[in-house]
Design a protein around this ligand. Structure first.
Ligand SMILES: [Zn+2]
Length: 273
């Protein structure tokens, strides 16, 4: 080996070592972090309201829309997490809702509005620039906080009309498999089919779906978190097109219970790390 090649080999070795140092450091930061970031899914549009999934009509307890639901109840998730000694921050990709009651709920919960210039446009991850997605500005905010976990608060819907469907799940990145498993256990134990006023689910437990493909919904938020070694989960447990789920969540008392179970799942995971 001549001197030039030796020099290049040493340089290459140092570069490799450094990048593994940086990776180890990032892993340690996520592992030691006591911060949890919640993202309220989608955004509130001034005239049309929440832009997430919604119930087909008001027949089963009124209209529920997922963004508006989580504006009302993300604060309950946060309270549960903070009562266990962690810091919990909530964000949303859009601007403060125009609806006075939702705005008040947002203020009480301390929601940070990222104010994406166009909430429906695709943005790049500042932390991992090859990752792009609608809603990425929330993920940028989340990763800026050096969190130990990120939870994207959503509900699902799989039909334009009412239909009983029970395969709800937590979608997660590779780092978030244990987080999702713990959250699913808590959801199955405390909410789904729980004899004490639980949400009817026909004996189907809560699922866990590993999602690594950025082309599918939310994939690149999960990928960007994964590349910062941050466990991340999208909650898609309840279906707003399922009349039984809609009826359940239309009760304030049940909605609080549901939100607290999300928080408890996060806490049980954080405590067990
Ligand atoms: Zn959603």
């Amino acid at each position: 080996m001549n001197m030039k090649n030796l020099f290049l080999a040493v340089l290459g070795g140092i570069t490799l070592l450094c990048s593994s140092c940086v990776q180890q450091q990032m892993q340690q930061i996520a592992y030691n972090s006591k911060v949890v970031v919640l993202d309220i899914g989608h955004y509130f549009e001034p005239t049309r309201g929440g832009q997430g999934a919604r119930t087909p009509d008001a027949r089963h307890g009124g209209i529920i829309e997922e963004t508006e639901f989580w504006y009302r109840y993300a604060g309950e998730v946060k309270k549960t997490i903070e009562a266990a000694g962690y810091t919990c921050l909530i964000c949303n990709r859009g601007d403060m809702p125009r609806d006075a009651r939702l705005a008040e709920a947002a203020r009480r919960a301390g929601v940070h509005h990222v104010k994406s210039p166009q909430p429906t446009a695709i943005y790049r991850s500042t932390h991992h620039p090859h990752r792009i997605a609608v809603g990425m500005l929330s993920t940028n905010y989340a990763l800026d906080q050096q969190p130990g976990a990120v939870v994207y608060l959503h509900h699902n819907s799989n039909s334009e009309t009412w239909r009983v469907f029970n395969k709800g799940a937590f979608y997660c990145n590779e780092r978030g498999v244990r987080l999702a498993q713990t959250m699913a256990q808590v959801m199955s134990r405390d909410i789904l089919d729980n004899p004490d006023k639980g949400m009817p689910n026909h004996g189907v437990p809560c699922g866990v779906v590993l999602r690594t493909d950025g082309r599918r919904g939310g994939g690149d938020w999960l990928n960007a978190c994964n590349e910062s070694f941050v466990p991340a989960v999208i909650t898609e447990v309840a279906f707003l097109s399922n009349p039984e789920h809609a009826r359940y969540l239309s009760s304030h008392e049940n909605a609080v219970k549901f939100a607290q179970a999300i928080g408890r799942g996060v806490v049980e995971y954080m405590n067990a790390r």
